[in-house]
Ligand binder design. Structure first.
Ligand SMILES: Nc1ccn([C@@H]2O[C@H](COP(=O)(O)O)[C@@H](O)[C@H]2O)c(=O)n1
Ligand SMILES: [Mg+2]
Length: 289
């Protein structure tokens, strides 16, 4: 049905179950589909030529807008909390307060740096941020078939929008839920807006944004893309969900985390820096054969 499902990066707990979901979504047609995707390390690459690529936070953390002292502090936070974020031996309940602590400390430091809105464009351009291979096909295909794409990110909304704009894929069918910066009249960062979104509270974020799901309530079939187990709750606001196909990018600590990813995601893509598998599935879902 979809030759790319035999790629070496593809792992599935239940290949027949995956085929059944895809067939049901294909039968229902593109007008019933919506895509919900995480941003960092899902739409963007985890690594390129063996080097880690930055998250939307890291784009700022590593930029010329941040003092050396603050860079060290942000790096210390990353070294302390990222291993906790991806630790398979801790429960989500254990991780929750620690994630709030990480995001709160990092955002406090960023605010202290008095970041200028007009320089975001420059730092994104100067960064090593990269979308996954063949990302253009993904965005163009969704736009062409009028399929809404919700990008649901615990990263920084202003930065991720700029990444998409510079890649010329910030298209009208895209909606973003994320942490947005609040600037003062002089265009200097003074706070972050609204409720904090971190890796493990996307369910709450989804429920807070009920209006979006209401607008597209006739789209009961979901293609969900994520790289963290926290991303699985991004579709919790969807009305009368019929079919959901969950695709998880397993980027880091592969052997340790594979069992839990196989249990939670229908398709697990191991160290795959491309959009080839989601693209092939979308091509099939929107085909008439
Ligand atoms: N100070 C921080 C906080 C979080 N991160 C990483 O960002 C990712 C969240 O964004 P998603 O688009 O993936 O929801 C998350 O995986 C954290 O590792 C960071 O780099 N710095
Ligand atoms: Mg992510």
């Amino acid at each position: 049905m979809i030759p790319e499902l035999s790629n070496p990066s593809v792992c599935m707990r239940d290949p027949q179950g995956v085929e059944d979901i895809i067939k049901a979504m294909h039968k229902a047609g593109p007008n019933t589909i919506q895509v919900i995707s995480d941003f960092d390390m899902t739409l963007t690459r985890f690594a390129y030529n063996g080097k880690r690529c930055p998250t939307s936070h890291n784009i700022l953390d590593n930029s010329k807008l941040i003092s050396d002292d603050c860079k060290h502090q942000l790096k210390d936070l990353l070294d302390e909390y990222y291993p906790i974020e991806i630790d398979s031996n801790r429960t989500v309940e254990e991780k929750l307060p620690l994630m709030v602590e990480w995001w709160t400390k990092a955002h406090t430091l960023l605010v202290q740096q008095r970041i200028r809105k007009d320089l975001l464009q420059v730092v994104v351009k100067e960064s090593d941020a990269m979308l996954r291979g063949n990302y253009q096909l993904f965005f163009d295909h969704l736009q062409e078939h009028h399929i809404p794409l919700l990008i649901f990110s615990a990263g920084i909304g202003d930065v991720l929008e700029e990444v998409l704009r510079q890649a010329e894929v910030f298209l009208p069918n895209i909606k973003v839920f994320s942490n947005y910066m609040d600037f003062d009249e002089a265009g200097v960062l003074k706070a972050f807006k609204g409720e904090l979104i971190h890796t493990y509270n996307k369910r709450e974020g989804a429920l807070l944004n009920a209006g979006h799901f209401e607008e597209i309530k006739f789209r009961h079939n979901i293609l969900l893309l994520g790289d963290s187990l926290g991303d699985l709750t991004m579709a919790d606001g969807v009305h009368n969900l019929e079919n959901i196909l969950r695709i998880g990018f397993l980027n880091d600590k592969v052997e340790e985390r594979k069992p839990s990813y196989l249990k939670a995601y229908d398709i697990v893509l191991v160290e795959d820096e491309t959009m080839d598998v989601p693209n092939a599935i979308l091509r099939y879902l929107t085909s008439t054969k």
